[in-house]
Design a binder for this molecule. Structure first.
Ligand SMILES: [Zn+2]
Length: 243
């Protein structure tokens, strides 16, 4: 009976797209990973396959003044390079796009990760009036004859122009644009919020925000990166491979 069920599952594999997800609170205050529930009910860390040849990212800077776009792109590139260095994953810049990430269109985004500085009214994520940005991941889960698993397949980092404009440009401790970009990119790598305001993944940017990633952030990024091992994503997870 079990075998019969298994072959049935292989014919109609389950594939789910998930936004958000439950937090793994047992990990403590310094970092929190996203966890994906598998068909068996077990949980696994929602992370990218760190061995994919590249995570291609593109930018939509349409909400930012044209004259300041080169500087913004440079900040984003610096931040992506930091994430790449810590996680050991390969990120590849794919150029600009007019794509606006929304909750329902992430599957069809024109890159693995979209970093967008856009008018928040054009998206449908839950921004509050004081929001500076929003970031997250979309993952696929599967099961069948080759077992079950999950992998992040898309990420997004939305930066809100009105909020970003009030911050000091560049990187550094406290209220800097660089810190917001690093925070949202860490969401796009799979990290969730923490309760310690000494970490960059604290939900609010404050005067006490660290200069870049602090020890807990780095620990979390390590756990979703190359050191966590490769994930073999079955071909039936039918999503465009941009690498
Ligand atoms: Zn956040």
């Amino acid at each position: 009976m079990a075998l019969l069920l298994l072959s049935l599952v292989m014919v109609t594999p389950m594939l789910a797209w998930n936004l958000g997800g439950s937090e793994k609170t047992a990990l403590g205050l310094n970092y929190t990973l996203r966890s994906a529930q598998l068909a068996s009910g077990k949980f696994t860390t929602a992370r990218w396959n760190p061995c994919q040849s590249a995570i291609v990212w593109r930018v939509n800077l349409s909400g930012w003044p044209a004259a300041k776009q080169p500087a913004m792109l440079k900040q984003i590139q610096t931040a992506v390079a930091k994430v790449a260095k810590v996680t050991g994953m390969t990120y590849k810049y794919g150029g600009t796009t007019t794509f606006t990430p929304r909750q329902e269109n992430l599957v069809s985004s024109p890159a693995d990760i979209i970093v967008a500085v856009i008018n928040p009214k054009t998206t449908n994520f839950s921004f509050s009036e004081n929001s500076l940005g929003y970031g997250g991941v979309l993952w696929a889960t599967w099961y069948g004859g080759d077992g079950e698993g999950a992998a992040v397949v898309r990420g997004y980092a939305v930066l809100i122009p009105a909020g970003m404009n009030k911050l000091k440009a560049g990187f550094g401790g406290g209220n800097t644009q660089g810190n917001v970009i690093l925070h949202e990119l860490a969401h796009a790598a799979g990290l969730d919020h923490v309760r310690s305001n000494k970490q960059q993944m604290y939900p609010d940017l404050t005067a006490k925000s660290p200069n870049g990633y602090a020890s807990g952030d780095l620990q979390g990024l390590n756990l979703v990166g190359k050191k966590a091992g490769c994930i073999t994503v079955p071909s039936r997870v039918n999503i465009t491979d941009y690498s």
